[in-house]
Write a protein that binds this ligand. Structure first.
Ligand code: BES
Ligand code: ZN
Length: 627
């Protein structure tokens, strides 16, 4: 099989030429690059010339105006003495730029490019070691969601939270917004009492009476892991190094759901070495949070839809915790290497769950992941370049990489290596990898070399196979499918139903969430409406309190036009902002003319309550669906 090589990101110009070009940009306003020409196609910055090493934020949250305002001091490592500092910004209002001594510096904002925002170029004096930018955010800042009290569980106070991944940190902090640059940070944040402010840093456990909070993040992190939240929050400890923050109405339920967190940490540490971030806490957000979870260091953000009441969805915590190694410690150098974050993390997530709940449970997660991947491959087309692990996202929104491919194909690739070399050797290899690249960026090429130098040393056949996994679209043909016995039982019951056994006569007693998801995964749309009603009468899917089961069921309801679930569907779309559920539902609705009208009407009502990320993603689906 021949592998197609993609054109590489242009890196050709010399440092001097780049510096001159940026200088010209300051002087004359021309010669500004029309697109990023640094090492990361999604950042305007040139860290090879000037690198930010530390940030000191001083911000006040104004909930009326929906703005953060204040300043950031950026400490610099100047590698090319003549070069300007180039920062990423998006919709920021820059008020002034000064050096560490308070003297004004010359600065200029370049033209905006969709999604990437505008470069902020600052001319430095020979002795400049730090730069202070005074600024405020836009009320529509893409990373921030400002919630009215009605959108919270308690309904008493407003709420604010950020989501910086992939390239949205620049909409609330002028920074070098590339995963290849790491900086430590400190912050002073003012919020109206009695709100508690939290960051991806050392956090308080009690609200401050004056609303002033100080934060410190002593480990260097990339900009996409900068995070902030404020709301009426309480803290409950889970173990000596872990705890959970949530609104008062939710916090005890959350503490019960996440009781296994400390055990998950112990498992991950036994496999991959010490947890390097001090504490591991979890913040439960309001339901509009666009993701399942976000691995903000020291403080994972999670959706409340993970609170199933029976710990059946807590693999999500294992996942975000796993990022403490794969992602936060060893970080994809650009978003083209996203699978190095998510594939490794999904692999580790399943290993943690295997240690906690056994092999059969882990195999259920693997099989569900495989099923999701197959569906995604069908949707994308099996020869699409977007089904490769090594992506080319230059000129596109990096969030387009967020398909099941980097997650599940990445996991399966690592499991393939594990099978080939044995678990002991593979575990040792991964541990060594995390130590070798700790606090550094990695490219797919770095990983290839590391594999060739260690695990696959003297094994050209294994290396060749690895190349195929990395470079080829689709899935290698010999990827074995694991069907745990617990799923084989489900499959038999599904067959029985298909061939005539009434739903209420099926033997489904004691099935867990994953088994129900397996069952629902077998339904082929459109399912006749009376058959949907039969299943609903027997198993009460429309009333399910489990967001994963409900999400899967509603999808079938839409595709099969089972209108009895309409009210529940509306309620769900109005409350929940999690893209994993919303995108397929809006996509399926948009497939018919009548559904499109409903989707539009629903979006009209729901969108003021969605995070800007959700709003943009759903708007795109509706636009792509046409009139
Ligand atoms: N880091 C991701 C979330 C993310 C990816 C945000 C890309 C923005 C751009 C997080 O770790 C994640 O993968 N979340 C998953 C959870 C899961 C697979 C268990 C999610 O949100 O569904
Ligand atoms: Zn992840």
């Amino acid at each position: 099989m021949g592998t197609e090589r993609r054109p590489r990101i242009r890196r050709g110009r010399t440092l001097g030429a780049l510096g001159a070009a940026a200088g010209l940009l300051l002087a004359a306003g021309c010669g500004a690059p029309a697109a990023p020409d640094g090492p990361d196609p999604h950042s305007w910055s040139h860290p090879e010339q000037v690198r930010v090493t530390h940030l000191a934020l001083d911000l006040e949250a104004d909930f009326e105006a929906r703005r953060l305002s204040g300043s950031v001091r950026l400490d610099l490592d100047r590698r090319d003495p003549g070069a300007p500092l180039v920062l990423d910004t998006r919709d920021l209002e820059i008020r002034s730029v000064r050096d560490g001594k308070g003297r004004p510096l010359q600065w200029r904002l370049g033209p905006a490019r969709a999604g990437l925002g505008r470069p902020l170029a600052v001319e430095l004096r020979p002795e400049t070691r730090s730069v202070v930018v005074a600024y405020r955010t836009d009320p529509e800042a893409a990373a921030l969601q400002w919630l009215d009290p009605e959108q919270t569980e308690g309904g008493r106070h407003p709420f604010l939270y950020s989501q910086s991944q992939s390239i949205l940190a620049r909409s609330w902090i002028p920074c070098q917004d590339t995963p290849s640059v790491r900086a430590t940070y400190e912050a002073t944040v003012r919020v109206p009492p009695p709100l508690m402010a939290l960051m991806s840093a050392e956090n308080p456990t009690e609200p401050a009476p004056d609303g002033v909070y100080r934060f410190r993040m002593p480990q260097p992190i990339p900009a996409y892991l900068m995070a902030i939240a404020a709301g009426e929050l309480e803290f409950r400890p889970l173990g000596p190094r872990s705890g959970v923050y949530a609104e008062p109405e939710v916090v005890d339920r959350a503490a019960r759901e996440f009781a296994e967190t400390e055990e998950m940490m112990a498992v991950a540490e036994s496999l991959y070495g010490p947890y390097r971030w001090g504490r591991y806490d979890i913040l439960v957000l309001p339901p509009s949070f666009p993701f399942g979870g976000m691995e903000n260091p020291r403080l994972t953000f999670v959706t409340p839809t993970v609170l199933a009441g029976d710990r059946s969805l807590t693999a999500l915590v294992a996942h975000e915790l796993a990022h403490s190694w794969s992602g936060n410690l060893v970080t994809n150098a650009t978003w083209n290497d996203f699978w190095l974050n998510e594939g490794f993390t999904t692999y580790i997530e399943v290993r943690i769950m295997e240690a906690l709940r056994g092999k059969e449970y882990a195999d259920m997660l693997r099989a569900l992941g495989r099923h999701a991947l197959e569906e995604e491959l069908d949707r994308l087309g099996r020869s699409s370049p977007d089904t490769r692990l090594a992506l080319d996202l230059a000129g596109r929104d990096p969030d387009e990489a967020m398909t099941d491919v980097p997650y599940e194909k990445g996991r399966m690739f690592l499991e393939r290596l594990e099978r080939r070399f044995g678990r002991r050797a593979f575990d040792a290899f991964l541990r060594r990898y995390f130590d070798a690249f700790a606090f550094r960026p990695v490219t797919t090429k770095d990983f290839r070399h590391f594999l060739a130098a260690h695990l696959a040393k003297d094994d050209p056949e294994a290396l060749e196979e690895a190349e195929l996994w990395i470079d080829m679209p689709g899935l290698p043909e010999d990827s074995p499918e694991v069907v745990p016995e617990a799923f084989a039982r489900v499959d038999r019951q599904f067959e029985a139903w298909r061939s005539g056994t009434p739903a209420d006569r099926l033997d489904a007693g004691g099935w867990n969430t994953q088994q129900w998801l397996r069952f629902l995964g077998h339904l082929e749309d459109p399912v006749p409406v009376d058959r949907m009603a039969e299943l609903d009468a027997a198993f009460h899917f429309t009333d399910s309190a489990n967001a994963e089961i409900l999400g899967a069921w509603l999808r079938h309801a839409v595709r099969s036009r089972y209108r009895a679930a309409d009210a529940r569907l509306e309620e769900f779309l109005l409350e929940v902002g999690r893209l994993k559920f919303l995108e397929p539902l809006y996509r399926d609705l948009s497939a018919t003319e009548e559904g499109r009208a409903r989707a539009r009407a629903l979006f009209e009502r729901a969108s003021p309550r969605y995070h800007p990320i959700t709003r943009a993603a759903i708007r795109k689906i509706l636009n792509d669906a046409g009139a």
